[in-house]
Design a protein around this ligand. Structure first.
Ligand code: PEP
Length: 248
């Protein structure tokens, strides 16, 4: 009922040359069995718009400002992303929360702006190692989703994609076990279901955190895991192709 989605977060990596190689290999190997989206650094969006024309591969940006325009030097708006064919905007990634101090309130404002622009928010949430060890994983996830729920309402979660990314698993090589991830995904879905069961059944919840070709099949086979958000492995063509093709 929920079509699987695999997304690539390139973070601050790439060049015109390396992007072209990666995209060509991906276009050649991807079997189309899942939805897919690529988040390059924003300056490369025009390159993706050109190279992905005529394919089913979507793309988006890793961050944007919630205002539509104005004196915000260095920022870009949701409408600008839309102007270049973006369909998705990543929001609330743990690196934005940790390094750039984004709060739950900032994230909620951004999600509202993404939806207002007609784009799809990919909302990243997840606990740190310390929070997991203190037994508050569920509270952290509930608070991060709850801030957005309060701002945009439950109906918006038919469109919003949630990416559960335990911070301790991002870029560390430590993937959550399929069971650990499934437990949190089921919790998030049950939390949404308290507001609306039908919407909760439709919300796609991806797993992110050191996903590799070797771990993707078991993760994506869990009942509440609807695909993945992939960082490091998305920069290796064969690996990312195998992850996307592991969804069937
Ligand atoms: C990410 O940055 O969203 C991510 C999941 O990274 P990695 O796959 O490298 O852990």
């Amino acid at each position: 009922m929920r079509r699987l989605l695999v997304a690539a977060n390139w973070k601050m990596n790439g060049s015109k040359e390396s992007n072209a190689l990666l995209l060509n290999a991906f276009k050649a190997g991807f079997d189309g069995s899942a939805d897919t989206a690529i988040f390059p650094p924003a300056v490369y969006v025009p390159q993706l718009s050109e190279e992905l024309a005529g394919t089913s591969i979507a793309y988006g940006i890793q961050n944007a400002h919630f205002e539509k325009s104005g004196a915000f030097t260095g920022e870009l708006s949701m409408d600008m992303a839309k102007d270049f064919g973006c369909q998705y905007v990543l929001v609330g990634h743990s690196e934005r929360r940790e390094i750039f101090g984004e709060t739950d309130a900032d994230v909620a404002k951004k999600v509202a702006a993404i939806l207002a622009a007609g784009l799809i928010p990919m909302l990243c949430i997840g606990e740190t190692l310390e929070q997991r060890e203190s037994g508050i994983t569920e509270q952290v996830c509930e608070q991060q989703v709850g801030a957005v729920l309060e701002k945009v309402g439950i109906a918006a979660f038919e469109k919003i994609v949630i990416a559960y990314e335990p911070v301790w698993a991002i870029g560390t090589g430590k993937t959550a076990t399929p069971e650990q991830a499934q437990d949190v995904h089921a919790f998030i879905r049950a939390y949404l279901a308290k507001s609306d069961q039908a919407v909760a059944d439709k919300t796609r919840i991806l797993y992110g955190g050191s996903v590799k070709a070797a771990s993707a099949g078991a993760l994506f086979g869990q009942p509440d895991i609807d695909g993945g958000l992939v960082g490091g492995a998305s920069l290796i063509a064969d690996e990312f192709v195998a992850i996307c093709n592991a969804t069937q």
